[in-house]
Design a protein around this ligand. Structure first.
Ligand code: BES
Ligand code: MN
Ligand code: ZN
Length: 502
C-alpha cells in the first residue's frame, strides 16, 4: 500500500475537492443529516444530501456508503463515512472509526487509488490524523498467513491512498507520513514475530532478525551465546534456560543516530519464546498463547526497525534476553537459589515467574551504557491483565522528580499515539512481600498486587539510572477468534523516541 500527501489551497476549499481526479474521494458526513464542508463541496446536485435524507447512511461513526456518478466532480466515486455528531472539530474516536470504515470499504473496491478528505480532529494536529489513517489502513490489510499454504487473497482493493491536507500543513503532514509508514512497518514486524509459532520464532530467530535490521539500517549488533552469558555471570537468566535444549541468546542492537557522546535510551524486551511455566507448569488451556511471551522483545525489535527507517537522530540501544522456559530433568526447581549478575541472590519459589529472572540480568547489563533512561517492556504478569484489562499497558517507575518526568513522557506518548499506558505504584510496602528466608529476595511476592511486586523485583536492579517498566501482558496480543499480536507498544515507544529526538 502506497501513501502520499495531496495538498489543496485552503482558500478555494472545499470546492477544490471537486477537481480532484481519483478513483474514489472519501468525505465525512454527520448524524442528523449534516455534512462536512468537503462533502458539501462535492454536492452540487444534492445527491449526497439525498442519500442522507433517505437514511441510506446514518452518519454514525463507522458507517459508510459508496456513491457513483456524483455530478460535476472529477472523482469516479464518493465514499461517505460517518463522523458521528456534528461539531467544529471531530472527536478522536469517531475520526478513527471513519478511517477504519474507509479502509474496510476501499479494501474491496474496484479502484486503484483513493483520496482521503476528512476534517480536522478536536485537539489533535495533522500528524495525528495522518498516523491514525496510515495505521487504520495498514491494520486492515495485515494478514498472519506466513505459514498458510494458501495465502488470503488481497488482490482487489485500493493500493494508493492520498491524504488531502491544506497547503499550510503540507510539510508537517509529509513528515508525519514518513514516520507513520516507518511505525506501521515496525508494528508489522512486531506482529509477525509475535504470531510465529514457538518452534519457528526461537531465540536464534530473534537474534537473526536483529542482525537483519542491523544490516538494513546501519546499526550494530552483538549476539551473546550461552558461553558469553556465563562469562557475564548472568546466573538468574541462565537458570531459566536450564530445562531446554534450545540455545539462549542475549541480543544487543544499537542505533547510533545521535552524537557519539549522547547518553542512549535503552529498551529492554522480555524474549521468552515459549513460557510453559517450567516445573511450576501452567495449566493446559490456552498455553499456546505463551508463544507471545516474547512480545516485549518483538516490540523492542519492531521499534528499532521504525527508528532505523526514520533515521532518528537519537542513540537507542535494544537489549533482548531470550530463551525458552521449559520443564525437564535439568530444569530449575522451586526452592533453588540463583545468583544474578548484580550479585544479589534470588530464591526461585515459582519457576513461572521467569520474566523477571531474565530481565534483572539484562537490567544490570544496561548499566554499562550509562543510559539517559532504561525502559523495559514485558508480558510480565497475569495480574496486570486483571488490574488494567486489555486497554492500558501498566507503567511502573520509582516516585521521584526524574521518574515522574519520564512517566509523564511515556504516558503522553501513549495518549498521542492511541497506545495508552496507566501508571501503577512502586512502593516500599509492596517490596516487603519479596522477602526470602534464604536469599536476598524471592522471585514472587504472593497473590496480592502481583504486577506491582514484579515491578518492585525489577526495581532492585535499576538503582543506577532512570528506569521505567511497561507490563504489556494485557495489550500485546488478542485472544479468541481474532487471536493475534497487536503490535503494541510500538506506537507508544516510537512516539516517545520521536519526542526525545526533538
Ligand atoms: N508470561 C507470564 C505472564 C502472563 C500470563 C502474561 C498470562 C499474559 C497472560 C509470566 O511469566 C508468568 O507466568 N507470570 C506469573 C507470575 C506468578 C507466578 C507470580 C503469573 O502472572 O501468573
Ligand atoms: Mn511465566
Ligand atoms: Zn512469562
Amino acid at each position: 500500500m502506497d501513501f502520499s500527501i495531496k495538498t489543496f489551497d485552503a482558500k478555494s476549499a472545499p470546492s477544490a475537492h471537486k477537481a480532484i481526479k481519483t478513483g474514489c474521494i472519501v468525505v465525512g458526513v454527520f448524524e442528523n443529516k449534516k455534512i462536512t464542508p468537503a462533502a458539501a463541496g462535492l454536492d452540487k446536485q444534492g445527491q449526497i444530501a439525498a442519500a442522507l435524507k433517505s437514511g441510506d447512511i446514518s452518519g454514525k461513526a463507522g458507517t459508510a456508503l459508496l456513491l457513483r456518478n456524483v455530478a460535476d466532480i472529477a472523482a469516479e466515486r464518493v465514499l461517505l463515512v460517518g463522523l458521528g455528531e456534528e461539531t467544529d472539530a471531530v472527536a478522536e474516536k469517531s475520526w478513527q472509526q471513519a478511517a477504519q470504515a474507509a479502509a474496510r470499504t476501499l479494501a474491496t473496491l474496484g479502484s486503484n487509488d483513493a483520496v482521503l478528505a476528512l476534517p480536522a480532529v478536536k485537539d489533535r494536529d495533522i500528524a495525528w490524523s495522518v498516523r491514525t489513517a496510515v495505521l487504520a489502513f495498514r491494520e486492515s490489510i495485515f494478514r498472519a498467513d506466513a505459514l498458510k499454504s494458501k495465502k488470503d487473497s488481497a488482490a482487489a482493493g485500493v493500493k494508493k491512498i492520498a491524504i488531502a491536507v491544506a497547503a499550510a500543513e503540507a510539510t508537517a503532514a509529509k513528515n508525519a507520513l514518513l514516520q507513520s509508514v516507518a511505525l506501521a512497518n515496525g508494528m508489522d514486524l512486531t506482529k509477525e514475530l509475535g504470531n510465529l509459532p514457538p518452534n519457528v520464532c526461537t531465540p536464534t530467530y530473534l537474534a537473526n532478525t536483529a542482525k537483519k535490521i542491523a544490516a538494513d539500517y546501519k546499526m550494530t549488533t552483538e549476539i551473546l551465546d550461552r558461553k558469553q552469558i556465563q562469562a557475564l555471570k548472568m546466573g538468574s537468566f541462565l537458570s531459566v534456560t536450564n530445562g531446554t535444549e534450545e540455545p539462549p541468546k542475549f541480543i544487543v542492537l544499537k542505533h547510533n543516530g545521535g552524537k557519539a557522546k549522547d547518553a542512549p535510551v535503552v529498551l529492554v524486551g522480555k524474549g521468552i519464546t515459549f513460557d510453559s511455566g517450567g516445573i511450576s507448569l501452567k495449566p493446559g488451556a490456552g498455553m499456546d498463547e505463551m508463544k507471545y511471551d516474547m512480545g516485549g522483545a518483538a516490540s523492542v525489535i519492531g521499534t528499532m526497525r521504525a527508528v532505523g527507517e526514520m533515521k532518528l537522530k537519537l542513540n537507542v540501544v535494544a537489549i533482548v534476553p531470550s530463551c525458552e522456559n521449559m520443564p525437564s530433568g535439568t530444569a530449575t526447581r522451586p526452592g533453588d537459589v540463583v545468583t544474578s549478575m548484580s550479585g544479589q541472590t534470588i530464591e526461585v519459589l515459582n519457576t513461572d515467574a521467569e520474566g523477571r529472572l531474565i530481565l534483572c540480568d539484562a537490567l544490570t547489563y544496561a548499566e554499562r551504557f550509562k543510559p539517559a533512561a532504561v525502559i523495559d517492556v514485558a508480558t510480565l504478569t497475569g495480574a496486570c491483565v486483571t488490574s488494567l484489562g486489555h486497554h492500558n499497558s501498566g507503567l511502573f517507575t520509582r516516585h521521584d522528580d526524574a521518574h515522574d518526568k519520564l512517566a509523564a513522557e511515556l504516558l503522553a506518548a501513549g495518549r498521542q499515539s492511541g497506545d495508552t499506558a496507566w501508571r501503577m505504584p512502586v512502593e516500599e510496602a509492596y517490596n516487603e512481600q519479596l522477602k526470602s528466608n534464604f536469599a536476598d529476595m524471592a522471585n514472587i511476592g504472593g497473590p496480592a498486587g502481583g504486577s506491582i511486586t514484579a515491578a518492585c523485583f525489577l526495581e532492585r536492579f535499576t538503582k543506577k539510572y532512570t528506569w521505567a517498566h511497561l507490563d504489556i501482558a494485557g495489550t500485546a496480543w488478542k485472544s479468541g477468534a481474532s487471536k493475534g499480536s497487536t503490535g503494541r507498544p510500538v506506537p507508544l515507544l516510537t512516539t516517545f523516541l520521536i519526542n526525545r529526538a526533538g
